[in-house]
Each structure stands twice: as C-alpha cells, then as structure tokens.
Design a protein around this ligand. Structure first.
Ligand SMILES: [Zn+2]
Length: 282
C-alpha cells in the first residue's frame, strides 16, 4: 500500500502531466471503484484539474467547478499518467482522457480492497477524510500533541502509527522503519510511552519519511513513480537477515494481511514475540 512518501512523489510527478488540461472523456472499466453518484462522474468532462494535493493517504484533484476528485489507492491501486497515443491497459480502472490525448489513470492491480474514487462537493463527505490526524510535516505535529494522542487509547504502538486518526499517511512498511530508528517495540502499549520516547519517535518519523522521500525523488527524476520501493529499508521486508545495528536476527510477526519486522535486541529487550498465527501473542 502506498504511504506518504510514495504519494508525495506521485503527486509531484503527476501535477505537470494532469493539471490544467481539458478533460474530454472518462472511461470507467471498474465501476465498483467509483464510490459516489452525485455529482455524477461524467460531470468532470469539459473541466480541468486546477490543483493536486495529498491529505493522509488521500490524493485530491481540485476541479474548476469547486468539486474534488478524491482517490484512495487502498491496498493495490496506483495512479499514473499516460502520454498521447499510449494504449489503455487491462488493469486501468478509471481513465480521465485529456484533449491532447494524454490521460490520468487509476490503476487497480489487486482483486480485494480496491482503490476508491470519489467525486464530491465537500471533502468532508469522503468517508474517513475528516477524521485524518495530523500531517507529520505540519507545524501542529509537536511532541506534546503526539504524546497526548498516545495517551488517549491503549493500543500497540505500531497499530497506533498506522491508525490514520492520529498521524496521517503512515502504513505498514514505514512504521517498521520508524520504530527501529527510535528503538521502540512495535508491541509497546501507547500509554506506557514516555515523553522522552515520544520526542525520539517524532524525530524518527521525520527522519525516516524524509529519507524515503529523498530516495524516491532521486529514483524517479523527471519521471513517474511506478511502484513502491522499499529497497532502502533496514527492517521491513528483511526477516531472517541481520540487524545492521547489533547483528541480531530480524524477527517477524505475520498477521492475516501484513507482517511486522523488528529487531528483538534493539527494540524489545531481547524478547522474541510469538507469531500470532500460533495462537500465542503477548
Ligand atoms: Zn538490532
């Protein structure tokens, strides 16, 4: 699932390719992707996208009418732009064709938890949009605010970071890196995190996201990001490998639809947690 760094780089690459071009046609190949009926999706024909923003994991295209086209890529959706004359592909869910023959395309590469497309008058009518928490690079993202959020609910730290109500834009992969960076266990209970640990967590969120953004920006240059790139990550996607900091073996906990990777020595005081599938979970 694309997270904040990927979405930021996608946004940067898409903006010059899709803004300010008259939309002449829409092709909806996967009608279930379009989640709203009023205004009708066809009402974007004849308009241009005037702005392109990101909020959490939502990508927002503003329209001349004041309406917004909002895309959430969910598990396996993607956004791309095609040049004049490039043929549509089988995985294209919704395509917005511009007068010059180029297009903006919502691609769906999976079969479940599909990308969602909303056309709305008010952003607040997009499900979960209003509940998105603080943007990590906004001025409001202070250690005090993060600490306050951590105290509101007893939950595991990794689940807290992924939960979009508190911090916007983080997902499964980047949170593994962030927690390793600050040496905190993904299973630590939020209400036990000290203020000092919160300060370090905030610094790690900034450092890891910035590292990801810088890397992806170098990777794509003037092009478009085509997929997630976790190649720079030290924990996520590396179970069984050696921790670069202490030499211990990177551990894994698998859930039904995701995995957590962490260093038992650096993050959980040497404790290797039982795999949840085995029915033993602490
Ligand atoms: Zn380690």
């Amino acid at each position: 699932m694309p997270e904040m760094p990927e979405l930021e780089i996608l946004r940067e690459g898409l903006a010059p390719r899709v803004l300010d071009r008259p939309i002449v046609r829409i092709i909806v190949r996967q009608p279930s992707s379009v989640k709203t009926f009023h205004p009708p999706i066809d009402s974007v024909i004849g308009q241009r996208f005037t702005g392109l923003f990101r909020r959490g994991k939502f990508v927002i295209f503003s329209l001349e009418s004041g309406d917004s086209l909002v895309v959430h890529l969910m598990r396996s959706g993607w956004l791309t732009a095609r040049g004049t004359g490039e043929e549509p592909l089988a995985l294209d869910a919704v395509s917005f064709l511009f007068r010059d023959g180029s297009s903006l395309v919502v691609v769906e590469r999976g079969s479940k938890r599909k990308a969602c497309v909303y056309l709305v008058r008010e952003l607040s009518s997009v499900p979960f949009f209003s509940g998105v928490g603080v943007e990590p690079f906004s001025q409001d993202f202070t250690a005090e605010r993060l600490f306050e959020c951590l105290q509101t609910e007893r939950m595991q730290l990794k689940s807290f970071l992924i939960d979009q109500r508190f911090v916007a834009g983080l997902g499964n992969a980047y949170t593994d890196e962030i927690l390793f960076d600050c040496g905190l266990s993904p299973f630590k209970i939020t209400t036990t995190v000290t203020f000092e640990e919160t300060q370090n967590l905030r610094i790690s969120i900034h450092r890891v996201l910035d590292r990801g953004i810088q890397r992806l920006r170098r990777l794509v240059g003037d092009g478009l990001l085509e997929s997630e790139d976790h190649g720079f990550m030290t924990m996520h996607g590396r179970p069984g490998e050696t921790c670069p900091r202490c030499g211990a073996t990177i551990a894994e906990i698998r859930y039904s639809d995701r995995s957590t990777h962490y260093c038992p020595e650096c993050q959980s005081g040497g404790k290797v947690y039982a795999d949840r599938r085995a029915g033993v979970y602490r």
